[in-house]
Design a protein around this ligand. Structure first.
Ligand code: DQA
Length: 149
């Protein structure tokens, strides 16, 4: 079993209703179900967490540092502001993929800067819910490769 954390940041609990032209019509439950389905096919165990508060995300990452082999995080608005989440990812030293539903580089200027990107192994931005699925397969490949070294 490969153990991966999925972390969803603020306002992602509102998906489905939230700006559907930008973020799509899937709810967070739909996205999580899709990820669980892919995980099931690939011997991956997921722990999924959503929070609207920065401290809770930092605590969740720290609390799972001995468990997780990989992290997929959509830090949402904290992407652009959170030194605390960036420092937590750096401190954990666990391969982390940053994901976004929308292409943050094609949006407002304030979204075009990510504090998380420099501490992530990769960023996937703009494929909607498939951003998460691509991150899962990328991370799976990377972790399997590391285990076979
Ligand atoms: C987002 C992009 C962020 O700029 C925004 O604050 C979000 C969602 C995305 O998935 O496209 O809440 O991370």
């Amino acid at each position: 079993m490969i153990k991966i954390l999925i972390v969803h940041g603020p306002n992602l609990d509102l998906l489905g209703d939230r700006e559907p032209t930008v973020y799509g019509t899937d709810t967070l439950e739909n996205i999580n179900a899709l990820l669980q389905k892919e995980a099931g096919k690939n011997n991956i165990e997921l722990k999924i967490f959503q929070s609207n508060s920065e401290g809770d995300i930092v605590n969740f990452l720290g609390d799972n540092r001995k468990w997780a082999e990989g992290i997929i995080i959509n830090p949402a608005a904290y992407t652009h502001t959170s030194v605390a989440i960036r420092d937590a990812i750096k401190a954990l030293n666990i391969p982390t993929v940053e994901v976004h539903l929308s292409n943050i580089y094609a949006r407002e200027e304030f979204r075009q800067k990510s504090l998380i990107a420099p501490v992530a192994i990769a960023t996937i931005s703009g494929f909607g819910k498939q951003s998460y699925v691509l991150a899962l397969y990328g991370l799976l490949n990377l972790i399997k490769g590391q285990k076979n070294e």
